[in-house]
Design a protein. Structure first.
Ligand SMILES: NC(=O)c1ccc[n+]([C@@H]2O[C@H](COP(=O)([O-])OP(=O)(O)OC[C@H]3O[C@@H](n4cnc5c(N)ncnc54)[C@H](O)[C@@H]3O)[C@@H](O)[C@H]2O)c1
Length: 239
């Protein structure tokens, strides 16, 4: 079992953690390496578990407890945290607040991200009405649509704006992340326009493959794919 050091000790042992999050660029670890996608996904699980610990007043935790609450193997957790230059202390473990801040900093979550949702249909309206983004550092600052009957309607504290005014809206609202919740046929054109206007982080729900140039981060959410994978596993359980 690897020795664990307190994060405060780690700061002394590793004076320059080298954590950096450049807008639109992948997160890099203590050695300046890009963190693996799987590690990034697990870091969000650690944060969720740490937030739950904070909510119930736990001040310290161990890699074993954190791993169990995050649903991850403890050895993998220690390896992930070592990529951030973060170490606990054997017998003491991690200070919950410090580790939360450490992971949040590495992931670029100590700043507020300004999100525009393009497409104010069923999905766009549901997303913009969800209160859980703001507390995690993502503020929905604009909701845009092209349909005349949708533009001007109100969702929560946002009024749907006309996509024709996208340029001014992106600039004035200082948008740095865009969410595409439009039909597949409209997605690539909108994606191109967003990139042309300097948006370098795009999350798409559209059921199409989108092309973006180097330097733009595109992520896709596809519940249908997840369901199909579940169906495959369910079928194997039945046989
Ligand atoms: N990835 C997933 O898991 C998932 C789940 C549900 C829906 N979807 C996809 O998300 C998208 C939205 O689904 P929905 O149910 O909200 O559809 P919807 O028809 O209710 O809403 C789409 C909205 O996009 C607007 N729109 C169309 N073209 C536009 C353009 N060029 N500019 C701006 N707005 C435009 C429409 O006016 C409409 O309000 C669809 O592509 C759907 O397939 C994905």
């Amino acid at each position: 079992m690897p020795t664990e050091h307190h994060p405060a000790d780690a700061d002394q042992a590793v004076p320059e953690l080298g954590l950096d999050m450049i807008e639109g660029q992948p997160v890099t670890g203590s050695l300046g390496r890009i963190l693996p996608e799987a590690t990034l996904a697990r870091l969000t699980q650690y944060l969720r578990a740490l937030n739950a610990m904070q909510a119930r007043g736990d001040e310290q935790t161990s890699s074993g407890v954190l791993a169990a609450e995050a649903g991850v193997n403890p050895a993998i957790l220690r390896k992930d945290l070592s990529l951030l230059g973060s170490y606990g202390t054997r017998g003491v473990g991690y200070v919950v607040m410090e580790l939360t801040e450490h992971i949040s900093k590495a992931m670029g979550l100590l700043r507020q991200w300004r999100v525009a949702i393009i497409g104010a249909g069923n999905l766009g309206r549901a997303l913009s009405g969800y209160g859980g983004f703001r507390s995690r550092g993502f503020e929905i600052v604009a909701l845009l649509d092209s349909a005349p009957e949708v533009v001007g309607t109100v969702v929560g504290d946002l009024q749907v704006q006309d996509i024709a005014d996208m340029d001014e809206i992106l600039a004035s609202a200082e948008v740095n992340i865009a969410v595409l919740s439009v039909p597949g046929g409209a997605a690539q054109d909108l994606c191109n326009k967003l990139v042309e206007r300097g948006v370098r982080s795009i999350l798409s729900f559209a059921p199409v493959v989108l092309q973006v140039p180097t330097g733009v981060n595109l992520r896709k959410v596809d519940l249908a794919t997840e369901l199909q994978i579940l169906a495959y596993h369910a079928q194997n359980l039945d046989t």
